[in-house]
Design a protein. Structure first.
Length: 621
């Protein structure tokens, strides 16, 4: 029999040894938050919510803890967005109802979106196809007052909170999907090595890209690429089987039903086996009955994680055993379940690898934003976007749901800026290569020319797409303040170095980003780079993305797997291979995941991310 891992090393709760958790302490923190003004200081509000969430989680109040975790992200940005929107309202001579609603959904204090009830309301307003995963770094009492030291390994763990949306945000449906938020806690990576934190290791690798000599720069990029890839491997080792939380809902409901029925069947089979043993072994009757009762009463949280594990195509037997052993006290049952779920994933591996999945929105603690979760090997085909917090996801979904969310992005309408500095000649060749695409022929823009601020603003306001290919994010041609004051309609593509990175401003101030300016300006989505990149790989990814997303010329993708095993076992549930397989779609996040493959170096693949709402291109007949 396989020996389960040590429970103490895998426990997904924070140890409460030597911690005096009192009702007075919880109430004190609640009072601090309730008495905060309408524009609370970001670091204070963040730390207080994290601290309170940790205390509540340890005392078993997971529901309220999840609310305070959600409140710990995006504080300063919420203040900035509300202030900027208020200025727009004062200057506007037209209808400002949508802007007033935006403030209502982002502001602090009481109101309809306060507390657990408010969080539930936000989630229920979002499309049920979406899944939200928040990653929150553990509260650190030592970071409250001193300046941010990003290279210190503080040994902090992370909360992973999975939120369901829409009509399944509160209760699990017949497919085993949905229900209340799931939160697990993972301590920092502990492999008995003296190492930097994952974030510090990533920054250490990226800081080496400083050489200006071409040959040397190429060598350094290669070394950095290997270092980033090694850090991503460490991320995978740290997260292990919990990567199942990162997967979106299966688009094929029949396949999901098959997986759920398989899991339910193996649980029932074990219960029957126990009942048989009880009759044969009277000396263990009391113990066996107790175990049987425990199994029958598996919590909804445990069941949902089991369903997620069984629908994860790349989970290993060791990862399964580690995760399941943390969920169950009965380690004999844990070993049994691990073995049986491994058989399920193996049997349906082809179908699960080929299956299309709905998008996942990542809400990542700003300290962890530099980590490229999207390119972890089990997740490379899962469509992801990033958002600063649940408040922005909810507010901007409501802002755009009757326009870009409902209608899609018209890829015929694009303004482009190509090589404005005139020192990237290969960019012109890329643009020439895609100019034969019918929609590209309708685009307007400038090549080898610095655009005027008026051209940039008009391009953002009058088009569904805005494409920038050059150095940085293009903000050298237009102030960020002007971007924030603009009523942006476009999905923005910024194919330049660090165009989508978060910038540390020093002290204890929350980070800043060019993406934040586009978000405040109203853009539904921004595609950009997390760090410096090589132009050859960026050009290849740009070309591929335009081909995949803007034309009928699609990237080569996998066909559906062999579904014979599914159809044999569940003959009354014929599964259409064309639906179960990965299809050519207008899903921007999926198109980005395919375009990454064109980059030669892992460093450049990992840099490309999507921030904002999950959007689709307009379907053309």
């Amino acid at each position: 029999m396989t020996t389960p891992p040590s429970k103490s090393r895998m426990e997904c709760k924070i140890s409460v040894e030597d911690v005096d958790i009192t009702d007075d302490e919880v109430e004190c923190l609640r009072t601090i938050l309730e008495n905060s003004d309408s524009e609370p200081p970001g670091p204070m509000y963040q730390d207080t919510n994290k601290h309170l969430a940790e205390l509540l989680m340890n005392s078993g109040n997971e529901e309220e803890a999840n609310y305070h975790l959600s409140e710990s992200l995006g504080t300063t940005l919420r203040n900035q967005a509300c202030s900027r929107t208020e200025i727009q309202i004062k200057k506007s001579k037209g209808d400002t109802s949508m802007l007033q609603d935006l403030i209502k959904h982002l502001e602090f204090g009481g109101g309809c979106h306060h507390g657990v009830t408010g969080l539930n309301k936000r989630l229920s307003d979002l499309p049920s196809e979406w899944t939200v995963l928040q990653l929150t770094l553990q509260w650190d009492p030592l970071s409250r007052f001193p300046p941010r030291n990003r290279d210190v390994n503080r040994g902090l763990g992370t909360f992973f909170t999975r939120f369901s949306c829409g009509d399944i945000s509160h209760e699990m449906n017949d497919l085993g999907e949905g229900g209340k938020p799931i939160t697990i806690f993972l301590p920092t990576l502990d492999d008995n090595k003296d190492r930097l934190s994952l974030m510090a290791a990533m920054r250490s690798h990226l800081s080496k890209m400083t050489s200006s000599r071409k040959v040397q720069r190429s060598k350094i990029h290669e070394e950095c690429s290997l270092g980033v890839e090694a850090t991503v491997n460490d991320m995978q080792m740290w997260i292990g089987g919990w990567h199942c939380l990162f997967f979106g809902r299966l688009a094929n409901e029949k396949l999901q039903t098959v997986i759920k029925n398989n899991v339910d069947s193996i649980i029932s089979s074990y219960e029957i086996d126990l009942s048989s043993e009880v009759k044969q072994d009277t000396t263990s009757k009391s113990q066996r009955l107790k175990q049987t009762k425990q199994i029958i009463n598996l919590s909804e949280k445990t069941l949902r994680i089991l369903y997620l594990l069984a629908s994860s195509p790349a989970v290993t037997p060791k990862e399964l055993l580690v995760v399941i052993s943390t969920l169950l006290d009965d380690q004999r049952f844990a070993v049994y379940l691990s073995k049986k779920i491994c058989e399920i994933t193996s049997t349906h591996s082809a179908a699960l690898h080929a299956a299309k999945r709905h998008p996942v929105v990542l809400l990542i603690d700003e300290e962890m934003d530099i980590l490229p979760f999207e390119v972890m090997s089990p997740l490379q085909e899962q469509p992801f976007t990033r958002m600063p917090s649940i408040h922005f996801l909810h507010a901007y979904y409501l802002l755009h749901k009757n326009t870009v969310i409902r209608n899609g992005v018209d890829t015929d309408k694009c303004f482009y800026i190509i090589n404005p500095s005139k020192d990237l000649p290969q960019l012109e060749k890329v643009f020439t290569s895609i100019s034969s695409i019918s929609c590209v022929q309708k685009w307007k823009g400038v090549v080898n020319k610095i655009p005027t601020p008026e051209e940039v603003l008009k391009g953002l306001q009058a088009n569904d797409m805005f494409l920038y290919c050059g150095h940085g994010g293009g903000n050298q041609f237009i102030p960020r303040d002007s971007i924030e004051r603009t009523d942006i309609k476009s999905v923005v593509f910024l194919f330049g170095c660090s165009s989508s990175s978060l910038e540390c401003l020093g002290g204890r101030v929350e980070m800043s980003s060019l993406f934040y300016s586009y978000l405040i300006g109203g853009s539904p989505c921004v595609v950009g780079m997390l760090w410096q990149v090589l132009d050859s790989d960026v050009n290849a990814m740009t070309q591929e993305l335009v081909k995949i997303w803007c034309s009928s010329e699609k990237s080569s993708v996998k066909e559906a797997g062999d579904l014979q095993a599914l159809e044999t076992e569940f003959g009354n549930m014929k599964i259409n291979a064309s639906k179960a397989g990965r299809q050519n779609t207008g899903n921007l996040s999926e198109a980005v995941s395919l375009a990454r493959r064109k980059a030669v170096r892992f460093l450049n693949q990992a840099a490309l991310v999507v921030r904002g709402l999950p959007v689709f291109s307009l379907s053309k007949s």
